[in-house]
Design a protein around this ligand. Sequence first.
Ligand SMILES: NC(=O)c1ccc[n+]([C@@H]2O[C@H](COP(=O)([O-])OP(=O)(O)OC[C@H]3O[C@@H](n4cnc5c(N)ncnc54)[C@H](OP(=O)(O)O)[C@@H]3O)[C@@H](O)[C@H]2O)c1
Length: 323
Amino acid sequence: MKPVVWVPIRDERLSPEAWRRLCRILEPVAEVVGPDLPEALEPRVVALLVFKFREEVSPEKLRRLRSLRWIQAITAGVDHILKDPLPQGVQVLHTPSPNADAIAEHVLALFLAAAKRIVFHTEAMRRGAFPQGTESRRLKGATLLVVGLGNIGCAVAERARCLGMRIIGIRRRPRPKCGVRTVFPLDKLLQVLPRADAVVLALPLTSETEGLIGEEALARMKPDTILINVARGRIIDAEALYRHLQSHPNFVAALDVWWRYPVPGEPFRQPVPLETLPNVIMTPHVAPVVPGFLDRMVLAAARRLRRKLAQSLYSATPKSLES
Ligand SMILES: NC(=O)c1ccc[n+]([C@@H]2O[C@H](COP(=O)([O-])OP(=O)(O)OC[C@H]3O[C@@H](n4cnc5c(N)ncnc54)[C@H](OP(=O)(O)O)[C@@H]3O)[C@@H](O)[C@H]2O)c1
């Protein structure tokens, strides 16, 4: 009897065609079961394929999955899965973003909006002003620091290069990647920050990266840095950022990710009132949201999980299972 992969994702943005393809990908190695998992199949579940794990799988259900070995997230960040203890021996797997192109386009939109003062001008003109005397930034030759050179960071670097920017990067293994030749480890962050005109955060939230951008890091940045966060809110210390933005009016924070997420019906509210500051540009965690984004995430995750299952079922991955 085949092991079972349970997919408890109920999001209506996932297309029926993606469901069919997901089943075709996993069926050589497992039986795939949709959100309503019959109790009789619980003992055979070895893996979950999840999106919003804590909403999709109750603690009681999780306790009953006695053969569970892998939780395959369809997301690149798995901090939401790791924030509470999991059953012993269960491994959490991430999926580097298959929507990195869309996210990098979003980063560029935030970056150009900040550099060219698009939101400032739009708001001024709505009030009847016509502030032609305000200069914007020249980007050619400016330095961009990409913190996290994975799928997203590399897609950002590729686009920023087209603007004539110099790119430097930070990753765990400080070796050149995707054409970025100047690469440092994370412990060199404070030394590297003074060189950057813009900083993009594109690394996971972990115990090592939580609060990474705090008072000290902000103080090392140029006073007119553009800081873009598409990773996770808590990588930045919210209070320190708020104080820094107040005292440095030319510093801009462009944020897609947040510290608190409102439940439906609740207003948007953060630990500090960043939305009241003119040097903040905001989007509601929508960087990857383009047509078919969820389908791409599910299918990329399914391919990664298939490889994992195949490796554990057979000593070598059969050619027919490789993507
Ligand atoms: N705004 C959104 O909607 C959205 C969407 C997708 C993802 N995200 C966030 O973006 C993050 C990156 O996504 P991705 O798809 O680019 O992931 P990825 O391909 O796995 O890349 C992660 C990058 O971060 C680096 N990194 C990891 N831990 C690090 C550490 N402790 N110090 C320094 N560098 C570290 C990795 O270094 P190595 O290259 O050495 O491995 C890699 O370059 C995710 O974790 C997620 O939180 C946000």
